[in-house]
Write a protein that binds this ligand. Sequence first.
Ligand code: SF4
Ligand code: SF4
Length: 183
Amino acid sequence: MLSSSRRTPDSESSRICRTSAHSWGKLRGWSMVVFYPKGVRWACHRCAMCCANTSTHNRTIRLLQDEIEKLARVTGRKEDEFSEPTNDEQLYPRMMKKRGGKCFFLRDDLCLVYDNRPLTCAFYPFFLTQASANSMKICLTPEACPGLGKGEVIQRDYYARLLQLALQKMPNITVPRVRSLLE
Ligand code: SF4
Ligand code: SF4
């Protein structure tokens, strides 16, 4: 998950988590309960809105160290070509560069690195956030993904796969770092 101005735990995103009308299901990850929203309908329209800035939102696509290395390997590009440093060296050392407000790897509204897209992209339109000392929530982004409210209700398996992906990419994450995970 991800925004222009970096969101904080008390920002709009967390508010949406707290005030969501959805009931919550439970998964487990990083030795804590991870809640997911029940009853969310979503079908991606492949509009690529989440891969670019909008008139109200500058998208930030943060990259884990392994993702930077893999993108460099599979594209044959140097990391400086497609990414730039963040101030979050531990978890997301770099973020994707944009060209004309669009992700460096977006061409004609298609992702050139889809099979290797960052975790934040795989999670969209959701992100993970800390809910309490022993729990996290998979929340909806505050951005207006046009696929929300469309299609089938997302089932538990979908959230379980997202969480599994996050666990694979960040197996040794510590609780303090979980606090800002994928926001
Ligand atoms: S903004 Fe929503 S509908 Fe559009 S490509 Fe992203 S996830 Fe799919
Ligand atoms: S890596 Fe792919 S999915 Fe992620 S923002 Fe860029 S173009 Fe979109």
